[in-house]
Design a protein around this ligand. Sequence first.
Ligand code: ZN
Ligand code: ZN
Length: 260
Amino acid sequence: MLKFKSLGSGSSGNATLVEATAGPGSTPVRLLVDCGLGIRQLALRLGEAGLQIEDLDAVFITHEHGDHIGCARTVALRYRIPVWMSQGTHAAIGSADFEGLLRTACDGAAIDLGGLQLTPFAVPHDAREPLQLSCTDGAVKLGVLTDLGHATAHVMAHLQSCHALLLECNHDLELLAGSAYPDFLKRRVGGQHGHLSNIAAAEIARALQHAGLRHLVAAHLSAHNNRPELAQEALSQVTHFDKHLIGVADARTGTPWLQV
Ligand SMILES: [Zn+2]
Ligand SMILES: [Zn+2]
């Protein structure tokens, strides 16, 4: 069984729990995808999910931006939890010492956490070597796709046949254009290596949808340039999901546990 729960999503911090359980009575494998919170917030939000930091088996960091890497090193060193990231991400944080707990993730190279397999893939984003990933327990597949400027054939190939998709819906094009953001920031956010608009996300959802896609969750919404209902509207127009059945990962409360 595979389930996931966003602990919060957006430019103020991203963290998503993924848990795989082989069967009744077996020990779950728990992964935290991104650790972009302060350690107190992380502990608090894990507590709300019924867990503690020491319950995590591994952390996967998608890229070096502060809203993703957060307290990853502290978590690793204090709780002796291995942390996966690309070589480029590690270089971008000054090749920090992880005391043997650093694991290198590479585009296309599967990672076996024992009952939970990850496949990282490269995405276009303004970071050194950003990766997003799919997760599977061997039966069902979850796709995690935030922080990218545009979809590539590579990204789309990696996300075929997902049963659940956590998908960036960063901004509404009109809200971004009319926002108080300075022009350079508008260009950065809306650029090919920035973030996905609702329309761009909808195009991805349309291409990836199939009868077996059970959960579609909008993530990494801009607090200024988007609204949950706009993201839901955009995604529902091109998929089989009713607007109200499209999840939205809240900045502070994330999502409930969702079984894939
Ligand atoms: Zn981000
Ligand atoms: Zn980023």
